[in-house]
Design a protein around this ligand. Structure first.
Ligand SMILES: CC(C)(COP(=O)(O)OP(=O)(O)OC[C@H]1O[C@@H](n2cnc3c(N)ncnc32)[C@H](O)[C@@H]1OP(=O)(O)O)[C@@H](O)C(=O)NCCC(=O)NCCS
Length: 399
């Protein structure tokens, strides 16, 4: 049995073949197999590892070199995707072997974070990942946007196919990456698939020529659904401009759906807006993202609150060790060795998932203890709460 990295062309007969069995209708047609070659350019910079025996691929896993915002800092992030094993070789530890090697290699390359969409969260919890919020799907009738139709809003909208407007879209997602906690984007070689497939309309909001909002959408039929992706708006005006445009589809579609982060409150957007807000999480088809710190260095220099606490990280391949996390200057300082015990700061024992939950802002310190992700005393909880106030990460990229 060997583990090796496959090159671009080899993906066709190894990882893509296993992935087709794991994630698609099967047996696949010859025509579908032909389409796979067209995906190669969008995977070229990925790191794909396989387990092989006697010429058969037993398991595969890939990492996409992405970037993600963690509390205001943009860091290299390994997006794990295409994890699958051969139906005759499951439960033999192959994926565990691959995950270890893949994350080792991505970490050595400087990826300080990792994220994925799990088929079952408990499987990846074993690898130190913790759950992040799932964006909400908002459904409403365009008729309920009538209040906006006559409004004279200071700004304009742009409307084109994504194939034409891709540069503006990419630039705006780069802006969101810099401004929004949790926001993650693909490397360019992968993202351009959106432009090349050209399957969406791009709506942008603009003020003084600057893009302040963007959303991709498709319409399935007359009298059907205008299904939009993430409604990215830098401010309320951008959102109002985009909703006003959607309201002009009142005689064309029955309903509009858009995705929004968990802290958006659509029922407050307008008076008389009848709206349904939903997050569906189910195994294995509908997952919320998960993420973890892959290197303790991810925390160094992060903007944090004025807490001071020692953490002992246990049971993890990538984060073991003892550190003083000192936020007194407003930028997190990592202290190791004897200096970490000066002043006898309160100490918490944390798993990788426990520390990741605090860094991403998704659990409060007492919950970390309750969830079995650490042992957190009352004093340590108070310091951790000051260091890492709760936040809602908004991952955005779906892979
Ligand atoms: C899910 C899948 C990738 C697991 O691969 P695998 O090679 O069987 O996994 P491993 O044998 O390396 O399992 C690693 C550990 O997880 C456990 N495990 C495996 N499948 C599990 C499951 N479905 N639920 C819970 N635990 C599971 C194993 O028992 C093992 O535990 P251990 O570390 O205590 O020994 C494989 O079943 C598969 O290809 N499924 C279809 C595609 C899919 O869902 N992919 C995941 C996309 S995110």
């Amino acid at each position: 049995m060997t583990v090796r990295r496959v090159n671009a062309e080899e993906r066709l007969s190894t990882s893509f073949a296993l992935g087709a069995y794991a994630f698609e209708a099967s047996p696949r047609s010859a025509a579908r197999a032909e389409e796979f070659r067209g995906y190669l350019p969008y995977n070229k910079g990925n790191r794909t590892l396989v387990v092989e025996e006697g010429g058969t691929t037993l398991a595969a896993a890939s990492a996409i070199p992405m970037r993600q915002n963690l509390r205001g800092e943009v860091l290299p992030m390994a997006g794990v995707a295409g994890v699958a094993s051969h139906p005759l070789a499951r439960r033999q530890g192959h994926v565990r072997t691959l995950m270890h090697q893949l994350l080792d290699e991505m970490r050595d390359e400087g990826h300080q974070l990792s994220a994925l969409y799990p088929f079952r969260p408990s499987f990846y919890a074993r690898f130190g990942y913790v759950g992040l919020p799932k964006p909400r799907t908002v459904t409403f009738s365009p008729a309920d946007l009538g209040e906006l139709l006559g409004a004279d809003l200071p700004g304009e909208v742009g409307w084109e196919r994504i194939g034409e407007g891709y540069r503006d879209w990419r630039a705006f997602t780069e802006r969101c990456l810099n401004e929004r906690h949790g926001f993650a984007i693909f490397p360019g070689y992968r993202d351009v698939g959106l432009r090349d497939r050209d399957e969406h309309w791009l709506l942008t909001a603009r003020t003084g020529g600057t893009v302040t909002g963007a959303v991709l959408y498709r319409i399935d039929d007359h009298g059907g659904t205008l299904a939009a992706g993430d409604l990215l708006a830098a401010d309320p005006l951008a959102r109002a401009l985009m909703l006003q445009f959607l309201g002009r589809h009142v005689d064309q579609v029955e309903r509009v759906t858009v995705q929004v982060p968990v802290d958006e409150v659509p029922e407050l957007w307008l008076t008389d807006l009848a709206v349904h807000v939903e997050a569906r999480v189910a195994r294995p088809g509908y997952s919320a993202p998960m993420a973890r710190l892959l290197s303790i260095d991810a925390l160094a220099g992060l903007p944090v609150g004025p807490g001071r606490v020692r953490v002992e990280l246990t049971g993890d391949r990538w984060l073991a060790g003892s550190y003083l996390l000192d936020g007194t200057t407003g930028a997190l300082e990592l202290v190791t060795g004897a200096a970490a015990t000066v002043g006898a700061p309160p100490t918490a024992t944390l798993t990788a998932a426990g520390l990741s939950a605090l860094a991403y802002g998704v659990l409060e310190p007492v919950e970390v203890g309750l969830r079995g992700l650490g042992d957190v005393s009352t004093d340590a909880a108070a310091e951790l709460r000051r260091l890492f106030p709760r936040q809602n990460p908004y991952v955005f990229a779906d892979f």
